[in-house]
Design a binder for this molecule. Structure first.
Ligand code: DUC
Ligand code: ZN
Ligand code: ZN
Length: 479
């Protein structure tokens, strides 16, 4: 089965040029002026359109059991939303319960994900520690294509990784060649502030951001980076939402440390005034962690994006409907944390980034696809348009317009944090594994078409980190 995309303009993270693309099976097999058209080829006219690598969302939570309920988008509905928005691969999270075996949890998530429409792969969370966890980390990296492990520094009494766990796990990551990632919020402070606010009678969603001020993230970001640097490990901070965390990453990078930062489309564009909405359900619909922030943090995040301090964009897609949010009617700390966005991420970045003159189309590709592919070792199969790369592509119409609304989105919830946002430039066709998956507002993929992506550890990167560590090693004094 061949697919020929004719007459479009290819945009990669480094160049922009006009060429046709021929895909065969799930690979790109030719790029150029293609006149020798295979008999079985389906032809897509891309005149006036841009062809970019399919989006990679490095941070989603489909079907996540969390805070006493389960996220509404499963791997079917969530990946339909992804494809409708031009995203062809998601990196979701296996989150074992404390004391649950990593392998058991991983197998459970693999089973849940079999119904995915888009491609998918997993970070695995370290929520507890013993020898079996250390051993399972090796099995996951060596046999199951997992090269990144996640640590929640918040969510005390649930999945929080304390400093001793961070030290053990980061050390193990370095031995195995995996990337440690962190949700950086000081869980002790959050717990203390939640209880204090509740005791003072602050029970509504407006208390949520007060329980998680920017210093809570700044402290944890600095701590996680310091621990990683001390051990010689790299570190990736998910959903960076504050000026303090951007500063911590920039400072560490300036000192030569290997630190990566991810930012959410939501944190770049939605501010904390949403928690003041007089409608409880609307305010609660925005409860996620870290929370939406005052405007000055958004400016710092955009500066971080432009300076290369933050390299990837994600969503933390974790959809809870109004009925689920109402579980925290009398206590904001019980509102399930999470918002949707996997469908809107690329459109929001295009509108508020490219159209606003903050980033170029090539930087857009780097931020929405290539950089995640590189950091998590899927490049150049993913994140680029090259002969031999996977045929995961999005055809973007820069002239088309759209108004974002929960009435038309594909997530299973009745609210959108981007409701009413006008978009100029939309994904019209999404090609996943060489097949039309989304075309002219119609879903063409089937449940189960998505493939699991193996992400082996990236040996050259780790060799260089280990060499650096060796060079800095002090010599024992001979006595
Ligand atoms: N934050 C959320 O808002 N939801 C899921 C997990 C997280 O860290
Ligand atoms: Zn998080
Ligand atoms: Zn998350």
């Amino acid at each position: 089965m061949s697919l020929l995309i004719k007459g479009g303009t290819i945009v990669t993270h480094e160049e922009t040029f006009k060429a046709d693309i021929l895909c065969k099976d799930n690979k790109i097999v030719e790029i150029g002026s293609i006149s020798n058209i295979p008999k079985d080829a389906e032809i897509i006219d891309a005149t006036g359109k841009l062809i970019m690598p399919g989006g990679i969302d490095p941070h989603t939570h489909m079907q996540l059991p969390f805070m006493g309920t389960v996220a509404k988008d499963d791997f079917a509905s969530g990946t339909v939303a992804a494809l409708a928005g031009g995203t062809t691969t998601i990196i979701d999270f296996v989150i074992p319960n404390p004391q649950q075996s990593l392998m058991e949890a991983y197998k459970q998530w693999r089973e849940w994900a079999e119904k995915a429409h888009s491609n998918y792969t997993f970070h695995v969370a370290i929520t507890w520690w013993d020898e079996s966890v250390s051993k399972d980390m090796a099995t996951l990296t060596e046999e199951y294509g997992v090269n990144s492990f996640k640590h929640f520094m918040a969510y005390k009494n649930a999945i929080m990784a304390t400093d001793d766990i961070l030290v053990s796990s980061f050390t193990r990551c370095l031995e195995l060649g995996a990337v440690p990632t962190v949700h950086a919020e000081n869980g002790e402070l959050v717990y203390h502030l939640q209880n204090k606010l509740l005791a003072e009678g602050m029970t509504g969603p407006e208390a949520h951001p007060l329980s998680r001020p920017s210093s809570v993230e700044g402290e944890a970001a600095n701590r996680a980076i310091s621990i990683a640097n001390t051990l010689g490990a790299p570190i990736y901070l998910v959903h960076v939402s504050t000026e303090e965390a951007v500063d911590a990453i920039r400072y560490a990078k300036d000192k030569g440390h290997t630190v990566f930062g991810e930012v959410l489309a939501g944190h770049l564009t939605v501010d904390e005034s949403v928690y003041q909405n007089t409608d409880w359900a609307t305010a609660a619909a925005h409860v996620m962690s870290p929370p939406f922030r005052p405007k000055k943090h958004q400016d710092a995040l955009w500066n971080g994006v432009q300076a290369g301090t933050l390299q990837t964009t994600a969503t933390d897609h974790c959809a809870f409907c109004a009925e689920q949010k109402a579980m925290g009617k009398d206590n904001f700390a019980m509102i399930p944390n999470g918002t949707a966005g996997v469908e809107e991420r690329m459109m929001v970045l295009w509108e508020k980034g490219v159209n606003a003159g903050k980033i170029t189309p090539n930087e857009f590709v780097a931020l929405t696809s290539t950089n995640s592919a590189k950091i998590f070792n899927m490049y150049p199969n993913k994140g680029c348009i090259r002969v031999g790369s996977d045929a995961d592509l999005v055809i973007w119409n820069p002239e088309a317009t759209k108004t974002i609304s929960a009435k038309t989105h594909h997530s299973n919830i009745e609210h959108s944090v981007y409701e009413g946002m006008e978009i100029n430039g939309v994904p019209e066709t999404t090609i996943c594994n060489g097949k039309l998956a989304w075309h002219n507002n119609t879903l063409l993929s089937k449940s189960g078409d998505g493939k699991y992506i193996d992400r082996p550890t990236y040996a050259p990167f780790y060799e260089s980190l280990k060499k650096r560590k060796e060079l800095n090693k002090p010599l024992a004094v001979k006595r």
